[in-house]
Write a protein that binds this ligand. Structure first.
Ligand code: M6R
Length: 611
C-alpha cells in the first residue's frame, strides 16, 4: 500500500526522503516521487518503477538542496502506474504538492466541479483532486485551505502538503489512514508508519482520525480537522531498534523474519506467565472477571494470515475455554448480518492494526454492543485505539509482505489468551496451565532445531519449483496450518495451492490427483494421525506425490510419502506454531529458487488499508 514521508530540518530533504522511501518499500508500490520547496518554487520528480531504478532521478541528480519536502511510494488503485499518476500531485500553478494515501470516494463529483471552475488535471487519480481543491481554497493561509478542502472530501486519507509560499512548514492530516509525526532536534518528520523515520527519531505522535498537524523545523502543532482548534497530544517512544528493520545479513526479510521466530515467541511470552502458579498475565486485556464469565460466544474477525491464526484459535479456545467460537473473514463478517450482543466477545486479529476490513468489522461489533479485543502487532495503530482491550503480540516490525513471524506471534498470544480464559472460567486446572507454560517455553528451542538445518527442506523445495499446483491437507488444529501453508506458497512462488481438510479429499479434490499434483500433508503426531495417514495412502494409490510433515521418530511415514520433513515432536495444541515454520521455509525456498522477488511479491501490499 502507499507510503508517505515528509522532512523539514537542516539536511538535504531529498536524501532523507529517499532513504525513508526505501524503508517504506516493504508496503508494496509501483511508483515513487519526491517534491521539495526551493526558493519559493516547487521541484518535483516522480516515475513508475522500483526505487533502485529511480535512484538517479530521486537521489543522485535530484536538482535541489532544499531542506523541506515530501515523498511517496504509490500502489496503484485509481489509474495505472505512470509518471502522471505517481505522487506527489500538484495544482494548476505548480504552487503546492500533495502526497496522499487512501481513497477519495467522491473524487468524480469533486473533479467535475473543479474542471468546471477551470482546473486542468493531468492524472487519472482520485488524489489529484486534493491538490486542486486546496488550490481553489487557498487565499494565503495554507492550514485554512487544507481544512476547507478536507471538509468537502469523502473517503479515507493521510496527506502531506507543501506550498511554495510556505518554505517553513508541512501540513498533514488523516482520516481512516495511518499517519504519525516524528519529533527530532532542529528537524521533524511525518510518515505513514514508523519504519522510515526510526533511524532519525524514536519519539513519535500518532494522529487520530480527523486530526492534522502543522510541522515546522522546530515545532509541531496539532489541530482538529473539524474546526482547526489546537489539540494537545502525547508522544510515545518507539523501542523498536532501527537495526531490526534491516535485513541483518539475510538475503531477504522473509528469511530473516522466519529466523527471528524463536526470539519472537520468547518476546510474546515474556513476563506474561508464572509457571509456579500456573497463571497467565495479559495486562492490557481490558476484560473484567464478570465480563469473562458473562461471555457466551466468541467471534474472531481477521484477514489473510491473521484469519488463519484465528482459525487455529477457534480450536484452542473451544477446547480450553469451552465457549462456542466462530472465525470469520472480516470482509464477510462486515457485510453479512451477524448476530452479536453484549455477551459476545469479538476478537480482531491484525499484524498492522490498519487492515480496513478488520477495522470495519470490529467497529460494527462495537456498535452492536460486543466487547472487542484486539490481538495486534503494530503499537498505537488504529485498531489499538479502537478496541476495549488488547493483547500485543510483540513480533516487532515485519517487513516482508508475506507474514511469517507475526503469524507465529499471533498463535503464541492466542494460546496465552486461551489458557488464561480457560483458567479463569475453571475449565483448566492450574496443573494443566503449568504444564502448558513449561511446554510453551521450550518451543523456541525446538524451532531453532529446525532452523539449524534447513538443507532437507531446501532439497525438497528445489524438486518442486516447476509444479503448477499443490494441495495442502491437514486435520483438526492443523487444517488452518494447511491453509496458511498454501497461502504462503501462493503469495511468494505464484504456484497455485489449495488447502483442504484431509477428510474432504474423497468428496471431490481426490479427482485432481495424478503424478503432477504434489500433496503436502501435515502428518505430525496427533490424535488424528491415523485418519490423515489413510488420506495420504489414498493419494499414493492414485499415483500422487506426497510431501509429509512428520514428527521425528515416525519411521513408517517414509514407506508411504515421497518426501518427509521431520520436525521435533510437541503436544498437539502447540503443533500449529512449530508446523508453520517448515511450511514457511518451503514456500520461501521454492520462490527463491525460482528467482522471484520474495519480499515484495507482485500485486501484493503489506498493509491493506483500503477495501
Ligand atoms: O495486517 P494484517 O494482519 O491485518 O493483514 C492481514 C492480511 O492482509 C495479511 O495477513 C496478508 O494475508 C499477508 N500477505 C499474509 O502473508
Amino acid at each position: 500500500m502507499c507510503g508517505i514521508i515528509g522532512y523539514i530540518g537542516n539536511n538535504k530533504a531529498s536524501e532523507t526522503i529517499y532513504d525513508g522511501l526505501r524503508r517504506l518499500e516493504y508496503r508494496g508500490y509501483d511508483s515513487a516521487g519526491i517534491a521539495v520547496v526551493d526558493n519559493n518554487q516547487i521541484i518535483c520528480k516522480k516515475e513508475p518503477g522500483k526505487l533502485s531504478d529511480l535512484k538517479n532521478l530521486l537521489l543522485d541528480t535530484f536538482p535541489s538542496d532544499s531542506t523541506i519536502g515530501i515523498g511517496h511510494t504509490r500502489w496503484a488503485t485509481h489509474g495505472r502506474p505512470t509518471t502522471f499518476n505517481a505522487h506527489p500531485h500538484g495544482d494548476c500553478k505548480n504552487s503546492l504538492m500533495v502526497a496522499h494515501n487512501g481513497i477519495i470516494e467522491n473524487y468524480i463529483k469533486l473533479k467535475k466541479n473543479l474542471l468546471a471552475q477551470g482546473h486542468k488535471f493531468v492524472s487519472e487519480t482520485d488524489s489529484e483532486v486534493l491538490a486542486h481543491l486546496i488550490e481553489e481554497k487557498y487565499t494565503g493561509d495554507l492550514k485554512q485551505a487544507v481544512l476547507d478542502a478536507l471538509h468537502e472530501v469523502e473517503g479515507a486519507y493521510a496527506i502531506a502538503v507543501i506550498h511554495k509560499d510556505h518554505p517553513d512548514k508541512i501540513l498533514c492530516a488523516r482520516k481512516n489512514a495511518p499517519l504519525l509525526v516524528g519529533h527530532g532536534t532542529n528537524e521533524n518528520f511525518l510518515a505513514s508508519d514508523v519504519t522510515p523515520i526510526l533511524p532519525y527519531t524514536r519519539k513519535v505522535t500518532y494522529l487520530d482520525n480527523l486530526e492534522g498537524a502543522l510541522v515546522t523545523k522546530d515545532s509541531i502543532e496539532f489541530f482538529d480537522l473539524t474546526d482547526g482548534t489546537p489539540l494537545s497530544k502525547e508522544s510515545v517512544t518507539i523501542d523498536w531498534n532501527p537495526v531490526a528493520a534491516e535485513k541483518d545479513g539475510f538475503p531477504h526479510f522473509m528469511l530473516k523474519e522466519i529466523y527471528e521466530q524463536p526470539q519472537v515467541i520468547r518476546n510474546t511470552i515474556g513476563g506474561r506467565t508464572s509457571e509456579e502458579e500456573g497463571k497467565i498475565y495479559l495486562d492490557e486485556l481490558g476484560l473484567t472477571g464478570p465480563e469473562i464469565y458473562r461471555t457466551q460466544r466468541i467471534i474472531i474477525v481477521a484477514c489473510g494470515t491473521a484469519y488463519y491464526a484465528g482459525c487455529v484459535a477457534k480450536y484452542l479456545l473451544e477446547e480450553m475455554v469451552r465457549i462456542p467460537v466462530e472465525c470469520d473473514s472480516a470482509s464477510e463478517f462486515r457485510y453479512r448480518k451477524p448476530l452479536v450482543d453484549q455477551n459476545t466477545l469479538v476478537i480482531g486479529i491484525s499484524q498492522s492494526g490498519e487492515t480496513a476490513d478488520t477495522l470495519e468489522a470490529i467497529r460494527l461489533a462495537k456498535q452492536m454492543g460486543a466487547k472487542v479485543l484486539g490481538v495486534v502487532n503494530a503499537k498505537d495503530s488504529t485498531m489499538t485505539r479502537e478496541v476495549d482491550g488488547l493483547v500485543y503480540i510483540h513480533a516487532g516490525p515485519e517487513i516482508a509482505v508475506a507474514s511469517t513471524k507475526a503469524y507465529i506471534a499471533m498463535l503464541t498470544a492466542l494460546t496465552l489468551l486461551a489458557l488464561m480464559l480457560g483458567k479463569i472460567r475453571s475449565v483448566l486446572t492450574p496443573e494443566y496451565v503449568k504444564e502448558k507454560i513449561s511446554e510453551l517455553k521450550v518451543l523456541p528451542q525446538k524451532i531453532e532445531q529446525i532452523l539449524e538445518n534447513t538443507k532437507p527442506i531446501q532439497e525438497i523445495a528445489r524438486k518442486y519449483i516447476n509444479a503448477k499446483s499443490f494441495l495442502y491437507i491437514g486435520r483438526g488444529v492443523n487444517f488452518p496450518t494447511a491453509m496458511e501453508g498454501a497461502l504462503k506458497l501462493k503469495e511468494v512462488s505464484y504456484i497455485h495451492a489449495q488447502a483442504y481438510a484431509a477428510g474432504e479429499m474423497k468428496h471431490g479434490p481426490i479427482a485432481l490427483i495424478d503424478d503432477k499434483m504434489p500433496v503436502f500433508a501435515i502428518l505430525t503426531k496427533s490424535d488424528l494421525y491415523k485418519k490423515t495417514l489413510s488420506n495420504v495412502e489414498e493419494v499414493k494409490a492414485r499415483k500422487g506425490t506426497v510431501i509429509a510433515l512428520a514428527s521425528e521418530g515416525d519411521e513408517h511415514i517414509q514407506d508411504v510419502a515421497d518426501n518427509v520433513i521431520y520436525i521435533p515432536e510437541v503436544s498437539e495444541v502447540f503443533s500449529p506454531i512449530i508446523n508453520a515454520v517448515p511450511l514457511q521455509l518451503f514456500a520461501y525456498y521454492v520462490a527463491d529458487f525460482k528467482g522471484l522477488d520474495v519480499d515484495q511479491p507482485r500485486n501484493l501490499a503489506k498493509s491493506v488499508t483500503v477495501e
